[in-house]
Design a protein around this ligand. Structure first.
Ligand SMILES: [Zn+2]
Length: 321
């Protein structure tokens, strides 16, 4: 594929190139997905695992590097007395159906709600898996994400119907979803795409970050506005013992999010220097190295780093430097 079609194909998935990359992925990068010591894992599949992160809250940590693309993105389950929320439509119908079945096994109820954090295919493609004989989850996403998802993903009648009947998340202010004794905030943000949503609980303190946060792996800047991305992540941090479920990679602590922000900052410094000196994004990325103190950042694809520099170049050019 070449030109616009290739771009669209890649843009569809924020974890594009995974299958290609996994064959050559060093052991180090595979370890990036490993469950931390003490994680309460309740289910393991070739494509991911489900970890209890708090009472009534579970994180799906997808592990696509081995080549199984059933889910690709992370997701989650939040249980209340009167409703069960699942997070993300995931990459395939089978993946979403699996998460729905896990929700039913853990909570006794089929998901009543699903929130998609943004339009990328690994977050919306499987939406039809939450609708069927077992039940029907109401979809929540922003109008911008709904429209982009409808335009950019292959036709699927059930998903099209789910998107058409979705509840539109307010793009200007947080929305509270009452699951019965459990309040969940849907917070509109942006930076990974033009319209992102984080899902936030105060008690227990858990934030589902969507792709605004990636842990142990370098993010895809395909639609990113890098300055906005960093500002959104800073605004999302609450400190203390909050558990952050990133869009990709293992569940994160506040320290992990701080390290991610430091990493984004190093890219910014290098990208600004390249912009000022007129160095092409590809050349700047080729010589860029992270500080050793940032640890290891798995790279899905060699394209991701030049893409980050290019996103910065576009942003700085639009701002006039
Ligand atoms: Zn994404």
């Amino acid at each position: 594929m070449t030109g616009r079609r290739a771009f669209l194909h890649e843009a569809l998935s924020c974890a594009g190139h995974l299958a290609l990359a996994s064959a050559a992925m060093p052991l180090l990068a595979r370890r990036a997905w490993a469950a931390p010591r003490g994680a309460r894992v309740v289910a393991v599949e070739p494509f991911g695992r489900l970890e209890m992160v708090a009472d009534g809250v579970w994180a799906l940590v997808s592990t696509p590097l081995a080549g199984d693309m059933t889910t690709v993105a992370n997701g989650g389950i939040v249980a209340g007395r009167s409703g069960v929320l699942v997070i993300e439509g995931l990459m395939t119908v089978a993946g979403a159906r699996w998460l729905g079945e896990q929700a039913r096994a853990l909570t006794g109820r089929w998901p009543t709600h699903v929130v998609c954090t943004h339009y990328h295919s690994d977050h919306v493609n499987g939406l039809a898996g939450y609708a069927g004989d077992a039940g029907h989850a109401v979809v929540h996403l922003t109008a911008a994400s709904r429209d982009l998802a409808a335009r950019n993903t292959p036709p699927d009648a059930i998903r099209a119907s789910a998107l058409a009947t979705a509840i539109v998340v307010d793009p200007a202010a947080p929305t509270t979803l009452d699951l019965g004794g459990r309040m969940v905030r849907l917070v509109p943000r942006s930076g990974h795409t033009a319209s992102d949503v984080s899902i936030e609980l105060d008690d227990p303190a858990v934030t589902f970050c969507g792709d605004l946060v990636w842990n142990n792996m370098f993010p895809n800047y395909v639609d990113a506005r890098p300055g906005t991305l960093a500002a959104s992540v800073r605004a999302m941090r609450r400190g203390g013992s909050v558990r952050y479920v990133p869009g990709h990679g293992p569940v994160a602590t506040d320290g992990d999010v701080a390290r991610y922000l430091d990493m984004l900052g190093e890219v910014e410094v290098a990208a600004r220097a390249a912009f000022t000196r007129g160095i092409a994004s590809a050349d700047a990325a080729a010589t860029f190295r992270f500080s050793p103190s940032l640890g290891d950042w798995a790279m899905f694809s060699p394209a991701f780093l030049p893409r980050a520099f290019e996103a910065w170049r576009r942003e700085l050019q639009a701002r006039g430097g």
